[in-house]
Design a protein around this ligand. Sequence first.
Ligand code: GLP
Length: 246
Amino acid sequence: MSSRIDVCVLDDEAAVAVAAAGIFAELLRRRPDAVLGLATGSTPEPVYAEMVRLHRDEGLGFARARAFNLDEYLGLDGDHDQSYRFFMQIHLFDYVDIRPWNTFVFDGKAADPEQECLAFEAKIRAVGGVDLWLLGLGTNGHIAFNEPGSDPASRSRVVTPDAETVEANSRHFADPAEVPTEALTAGVSTILDGRKIVLVALGAHKADAVARAIEGDRLPDCPASLLQGHSDCIFLLDRAAASQLS
Ligand code: GLP
């Protein structure tokens, strides 16, 4: 089957951020109580900076929005400076009018992580599903913490990130040995259930994963290629990330 993924190649990081934030802004203006799906990592940082600017300068409102995050490290408290909850607070939540009780990030310290995953899925169902997921991309093709080999039918669960992912993420930790070896993640199916998906990728180090996701076979060995099965998915890329597309 040919890929149904839409591709938009932009000049640079700033243009990608404006485009991605613009898609969220359009949704929020049309539907103020939209259900947002959010990602962490270096790539979404400028996207959140642009959302904050839209809130500050153009009155973009988040007061009725609900937000679910893709993943979290198991074992890290939300106050830990490398937790994804902390990331969301300092890059978005603390600077817009989203209500704290409408932000859902897995609790990395949950006493029962499996139950935490079931509760996350139940909360998404209770609000009628995610309208728009923002995704980043791992160099090995992972989405959230769905590593190569992930079941296309997978739901939220506890996973062990690949060595390549732990290595890539260790750049954020003072001591690489501190990178948690387990994580909670939305499943492939949890993501594919979203009504729209926007994946952002920046830089030449993502080019191979981008090409495999869009032009490769739709197989679990490149989890992002499973997005080919979604009817409303767009990749927003800078030129470097798009450089291996034919
Ligand atoms: C982590 C996250 C992913 C993210 C990826 C890429 O492993 N679990 O959700 O997409 O990193 O991060 P970056 O944007 O920093 O390259």
